[in-house]
Design a protein around this ligand. Structure first.
Ligand code: OGA
Ligand code: MN
Length: 208
């Protein structure tokens, strides 16, 4: 692994252990971001993606009053090269949290995400009511030159004061899925990201 990534992961592990939350700027380089932005899922019509739902299995429903994003799940075997490169970095992240924090992560479930202008995701926790396999939420943003006035921040709610994180290109956010409530505020421009969860079982098993 290269030394820069190693340093970023050392900081991430420290911040996660201390605050249940870590923010890593420049996790992806501008070139890596550009390559991801070229993907059909980001360039093409929104209708090739799915409306994201809430809940799971038979309890699943679409509710625009709660979340308005469109998603495309990533199948690791078929993922194009720019996604593979991102997944390789997430593998390094997984190894770091397993080694340093005994996180017990075995797999990840990941989707490409688009929030159209004005859409949001209301305050929530990333664990499902009857399923606690999601251990870490990991989001990487792809929006160049994002300005605070454009909104679209991730607002995280630790015990003390809320923290706002803007979705600037290359920035990675990682937090405890079972602990930190959060929300996505509406933005005046489209908001793109790769959203994932590190889970403590194999992803395929969850869909049997
Ligand atoms: C989610 C989520 C946050 C973000 O997809 O569950 O909370 O900043 N995303 O996109
Ligand atoms: Mn969430």
């Amino acid at each position: 692994m290269n030394a820069a990534l190693q340093t970023q992961l050392d900081h991430l592990v420290d911040d996660l252990a201390r605050h249940d939350l870590a923010v890593v700027d420049h996790f992806l380089s501008p070139d890596e971001v550009n390559d991801l932005l070229m993907l059909d899922a980001f360039q093409g019509d929104l209708l090739q993606l799915k409306r994201a739902g809430i809940g799971k299995d038979e309890g699943k429903q679409i509710n625009e009053a709660i979340r308005g994003d469109y998603i495309q799940w990533i199948d690791r075997e078929r993922a194009p090269a720019p996604v593979q490169r991102y997944l390789a970095k997430l593998d390094a992240l997984r190894d770091a949290v397993n080694r340093e924090l005994y996180a017990g992560i075995r797999d990840a479930e990941i989707h490409l995400t688009r929030y159209p202008i004005g859409t949001f995701y209301k305050r929530h926790l990333d664990q499902f009511k009857k399923d606690d396999h999601r251990k870490l939420s990991v989001i990487c943003y792809l929006n160049k030159d994002w300005h605070a006035a454009q909104g679209g921040q991730l607002r995280v709610y630790p015990a003390d004061a809320p923290i706002d994180i803007f979705p600037e290109a290359g920035r990675l956010v990682c937090f405890r899925s079972d602990k930190l409530e959060h929300e996505v505020l509406p933005a005046t421009r489209e908001r793109l990201s790769i959203t994932g969860w590190m889970i403590n079982q194999l992803a395929e098993l969850r869909y049997l």
